[in-house]
Every structure is written in C-alpha cells, then in structure tokens.
Design a protein around this ligand. Structure first.
Ligand SMILES: Cc1ncc(COP(=O)(O)O)c(C=O)c1O
Length: 361
C-alpha cells in the first residue's frame, strides 16, 4: 500500500462536532465547495446530451477542444492555441495528483510547489517517490527539478503573481529543463489589484509554450464541482504524452459533461453573476473578521480569506468552532500557514450573514 500523509480534512472532525452544536446551526466555511445552483444554461446542455451510448475519446470532442481554445483567446488573452494543445480532465485534482506519474518522474526528481499550497502538489510527488520541494524562490530550485507548480491566484492565500514573477518562474524552469504548470482555477475571481494573467499569455511564456502548461477548472467559476469538469492546455508535446497515458488508464471525461463544459465556456453571464455573489459575501465577511481582531493577508483573489491573529491555526479553528463556524487550519497548507486560517466564501448569503453576526457580537 502507498504510504501517504493523513487526509488533512480528517483533523477537522472534532471542530466540526463542536461547531455543529451551535443553537443557530453550523456555518461551514472550511471546504471551498460551491453552494449556488449550477446555471440553467449548463443544466439544459447536459439534459440534451444524456444519450451517450458510445465511449468518448480521451482527448475530448473536437467541439469541446475548440470551445476551450476560443475561451483562452477571448477570456485569457492566449491566442494561437489549437485543438492539439488541450485536453479535458476529470476535474483538475486528478490531473494535479497524477501529473508526476504522466511525466514519468520518480526517485531523485524534485517537484517544486508553493510554500503555502494546495496539498495535492505534494501528494502527487510522493505517489511516484519524487521529492516535494516547497519554495517560492526560483533561485533555490535545485538542478534535479523536473516539475514546478505555480498557483496564481493561490489557494489558500489568494495571492496573485505579477507578470514579472510568473516570467521569472518560467525562465528558471526552462533553464532547469523542468515542466512548469500554473494551476489557474481562481483566475476569474479577482477582487483587488491586477488581473490574474495566464502562464500561457505571451507576456509570460513568450512566443512558445515550450515546457509550459496551464490547468483550469470549471468547478468554481461555473458551480460545476459535481460534474468534474476541467482541462489543461499548453505545450503540444507534453499534451500528446499526457494524452497517451490517460488513454491507457481510461481517464476520460464523460460525454454529457463535455456538453456541459461547452455550454459553460460559451456563456460569460453566469460567470459574472457568480462572481458578484462572491464579491457580496466577501464584503460582508471581511469587515466582520477585522472587527473581531483578525488581520486579512493577501486574499486579493480566489474564494477564501486568509486571516491571522498570530496564534496557532488550530487554536483559531477552535475559537471559530465555539461560535459555530468551521474554518480550515492554515497549517494543513504548509508550515508557513501555521498562524493562519482559511475562510471560504462558499456559503449561502444567509449563512455568511449569520457568521458575520456571530463575529460582531
Ligand atoms: C488550487 C486548486 N487546484 C485544484 C483544485 C481542484 O479543483 P477540481 O478538482 O474541482 O477541478 C482546487 C479545488 O479546491 C484548488 O483549490
């Protein structure tokens, strides 16, 4: 059996029990799971696609790949992709966890990921026996680095990397001969400061996508977490190699989900409406947290507020649990998160209002 660290969310069970005892009920701001309905434009599309008697192709229908590259050109300022430079994935978590496997990495290889990071970058490296290397400084990435994960906008911190920062990371990865991937699933959920630029944007990666990939997910922007709808795009040779292994393993996006993805990618209105809903929740929660004595760090983008009161993250989790609010301890994202908690904006307006009231009283 593979020996992996404990699943991080298991550690929250006692706080969940405590928070659930609140007389006005639990406000769960721990996991970033969307709570608003999947938009009708997408549900109608999947309803029209329920006859799916044959196997889909692993690379996805050409209509879907065209919809992805049109979306990159229109929304992410990434021209010149073609249908051989993208494939759908079954949500992006499986891709994040399996990319070191697809790349054939193993013992002696280093996988760089942010110091405070979504845990699956580390797990994917461990699965193949490679060495995870938490670092935000390209100058420290070792010579045996084979894969670099960037996550801008970041989970859990909400930090957005500038064009210069992304370009420096790409330059260093290319110097090392490493693959570099930006996990960009919060790209359209920016609140302050600059837009979140894609790693495939020519201002970052230049005239080619050599060694560069972007992963994107429709879970957050389109309330599609239950459909498992995501994709990866970039370096043609890498995409071809990844596709071959995915064919062998049967990692295929279901056809009805592909139809839903095409509808989601073609409709900007639901994305704007969902963004507004989160902006409103953020505007309610943030000042209430500050009134309660917390400092909000970064959080310029994404679905979380990254807050601290300069105490151990599990102590802060307990403080929230006493008020019936469940939040995520920052330490599960790395040692540098030990004094923070992550607070998700993914709750209904009613629950966000309840949390804000409890924080103010
Ligand atoms: C940084 C990051 N990457 C990937 C994912 C996985 O998203 P999904 O598997 O729903 O596409 C998440 C989900 O929370 C995330 O925060």
């Amino acid at each position: 059996m593979l020996q992996l660290p404990d699943f991080p969310w298991n550690a929250l069970a006692p706080a969940r029990e405590r928070a659930s005892a609140h007389p006005d009920g639990l406000v769960d701001l721990s996991v970033g799971s969307p709570v608003d309905p999947t938009p009708a434009v997408i549900r109608n599309a999947i309803e029209r696609a329920t006859d799916a008697h044959g196997y889909p192709t692993t690379q996805g229908a050409s209509k879907l790949r065209q919809a992805i590259i049109d979306w990159y050109a229109r929304v992410r300022h990434v021209p010149h992709l073609d249908v051989t430079t993208t494939i759908p994935t079954i949500g992006s978590k499986e891709f994040v966890g399996l990319l070191p496997t697809f790349l054939g990495l193993g013992r002696g290889d280093v996988v760089v990921h942010p110091r405070v990071a979504y845990p699956t970058y580390d797990i994917g490296a461990r699965v193949v026996g490679a060495t995870p290397f938490p670092s935000d400084d390209p100058a420290e990435w070792p010579a045996n680095t084979k894969l670099v994960w960037i996550n801008s906008p970041a989970n859990p911190t909400g930090r957005v990397d500038s064009i210069e920062t992304l370009r420096a990371a790409v330059d260093r990865a290319r110097e090392l001969g490493a693959v570099i991937v930006n996990d960009e699933c919060y790209a359209l959920l920016t609140w302050e400061g600059d837009d979140a630029v894609s790693i495939l944007d020519p201002r970052v990666s230049g005239d080619t996508h050599d060694g560069v990939l972007a992963a994107y997910s429709l879970s957050k922007q389109s309330n599609l977490a239950g459909y498992r709808a995501a994709f990866v795009a970039g370096d043609r040779t890498l995409i071809a190699g990844i596709l071959e292994t995915r064919k062998h393993l049967g990692l295929i996006t279901p056809l009805p989900v592909q139809a839903a993805m095409i509808a989601a990618l073609g409709d900007a209105d639901h994305v704007a409406a969902q963004r507004n809903a989160y902006a409103k929740r953020r505007a309610t929660l943030r000042p209430a947290l500050e009134t309660a004595g917390f400092t909000v760090d970064h959080s310029e983008a994404g679905l979380y507020l990254w807050v601290t009161r300069a105490e151990k993250s599990f102590d802060t989790v307990d403080w929230f649990a006493d008020r019936g609010i469940l939040v995520a301890p920052g330490v599960i994202y790395g040692d540098d998160g030990a004094l923070h908690v992550r607070i998700a904006l993914t709750a209904t307006d009613e629950r966000i209002d309840a949390a804000a009231r409890r924080l103010r009283s």
